[in-house]
Design a protein around this ligand. Structure first.
Ligand code: URP
Ligand code: ZN
Ligand code: ZN
Length: 464
């Protein structure tokens, strides 16, 4: 076997277990896993002694250059994918959202243009259905074009994105028919609107500031919406995937539904695993506004438990970066805070440091939740998601315990702040390979802008 590269002597995490040895790479693919693999004079050797060699991370919930909340999110395909690569992310899935009056196909074209020539890593998009009457007959065409995951938002009426029960029900019927999957942002719009209206007075805003973000989104706002989406999933048999689940109640609903055979899966985001809503008591608490917002310590614990016991299948980021100037648009009114946080660069470091080093999940479980499950569920496996022969050579090499301090000044994201500023994290990628190309070397991005490829898909929604 001729190897172009051999990664030597690492602690290699594979679906069959962990071993100390080598990964052989030929062209863009993994061509061998073994001990003492031999190359020839032209084989490049990457030393991984004393390091974990793990599958590249798939962040399947990302928003780059998204027009939202009256501005445009600050990380584009250049900065966002460079940030991801530093954190071992080798594939991302963004959301193509139609602008006013546009078709699903136009939305995909728009997002293709954002990515082309800029993306360092491979990518694809979930297609967002925002106007059911117009979009329902366009879904099959998108499946034929290689897009097999769709998304509906139960909130965001003012953005023109909100779907009602009729749309969700009809979309799930189509997902069942096509073997595709619907992702849902589950928050209960009408009750949320009511709670916001009750608190939206100058006196209350003056008194509570950004704390109103947590005060107007109690856990039942998410729980009721998840319950309703699960009901439509159960009624139709269409595959459902709850994005950015933030509550313990949500995890309980998903667990119970899965136990009775309902085809629903759930993702959480790393911020819901390491932050809680005491952040809104900070002077700069408004920076932490994302949607849904981070919850209570008991929710944090329940979500970790859900990862361990299986009802939470995936950890992603919901990256939607706004810098300090953009966040300042709130000017004392919490309903005007651009919602979202940077995340791609710190997904694996946070999950590794708090999950694996924190004793909550094993290294193999981390790889399952960050790589293998997302690849399987999103229809990218076995090309992506695991270190095995024939897979793309998408690989991260991380030191087991060397820590770096999170400092926005030395990061790739365009954010000028980080929710984790000053945190000491292990798990940044010393070396990242994407389809065999070294794109991060010695913790620095070295890959070529625009080398990332769009990933067409045929299937989705396969539970792990
Ligand atoms: O705060 C967030 N999550 N911003 C992005 C939009 C969404 O709901 O995912
Ligand atoms: Zn959302
Ligand atoms: Zn999102």
């Amino acid at each position: 076997m001729a190897f172009d590269q051999i990664i030597k002597g690492g602690n290699v995490v594979t679906p069959a277990g962990i071993f100390t040895g080598d990964v052989g790479i030929t062209g863009e693919k993994i061509s061998a896993l073994g001990v003492n693999l031999e190359g020839d004079n032209s084989t490049k050797v990457i030393d991984a002694k004393g390091h974990h060699v793990i599958p590249g991370v798939l962040d399947v919930h990302v928003h780059l250059e998204l027009p939202f909340c009256g501005t445009v999110s600050a990380d584009d395909y250049r900065s966002g994918t460079r940030a991801g690569a530093r954190g071992g992310v080798t594939t991302l899935i963004d959301f193509a959202i139609p602008y006013a009056g546009e078709s699903l196909s136009q939305a995909a074209d728009n997002w293709m243009k954002k990515a082309e020539g800029k993306s360092l890593i491979d990518y694809t998009f979930h297609i967002c259905i925002t106007r059911w009457n117009d979009h329902k007959d366009q879904i099959k065409g998108m499946v034929d074009r290689g897009f097999t995951t769709f998304k509906e938002f139960m909130i965001y009426e003012s953005e023109g994105w909100q779907s009602d029960d009729r749309a969700m029900f009809g979309t799930l019927e189509k997902m069942k028919e096509y073997g595709t999957m619907l992702l849902v942002h589950a928050e209960s719009a009408r009750v949320l609107d009511e709670l916001i209206a009750r608190h939206h007075t100058p006196e209350i805003m003056q008194k509570y500031g950004a704390r109103l973000h947590r005060m107007t989104r109690p856990n039942f706002i998410e729980a009721e919406a998840i319950q309703r989406a699960v009901q439509w999933c159960e009624a139709t048999g269409g595959q459902l995937y709850i994005v950015h689940m933030s509550t313990g109640e949500g995890a309980d609903i998903i667990r119970a539904a899965q136990a009775r055979g309902v085809p629903v899966l759930a993702e959480t985001c790393v911020q819901y695993l390491v932050l809680d809503d005491s952040v809104f008591d900070r002077e700069d608490g408004h920076l932490y506004a994302c949607c849904p917002q981070v919850k209570k310590p008991k929710d944090v614990q329940r979500l970790w438990k859900g990862l361990k016991s299986g009802e939470v299948s995936v950890v992603s980021t919901d990256t939607c970066t706004f810098d300090r100037e953009q966040k300042a648009m709130w000017n004392g009114d919490w309903t005007k805070i651009p919602m979202g946080m940077p995340g791609l660069e710190t997904l694996m470091p946070l999950t590794y440091t708090h999950g694996v080093l924190g004793g909550k999940i094993s290294l193999e479980e981390m790889c399952t939740k960050l790589s293998t499950n997302p690849a399987k569920i999103m229809g990218l496996y076995p090309k992506k998601g695991a270190l095995q022969v024939g897979a793309d050579a998408d690989i991260a090499i991380i030191h087991p315990d060397i820590k770096h301090t999170v400092d926005p000044n030395s990061m790739e994201t365009n954010a000028d702040w980080s929710p984790y500023e000053g945190w000491e994290l292990a798990g940044f990628s010393r070396t990242t390979l994407s389809r065999g190309d070294v794109i991060v070397d010695d913790y620095c991005v070295v890959g070529k802008e625009g080398r990332g490829q769009w990933l067409p898909r045929k299937t989705a929604g396969l539970a792990s």
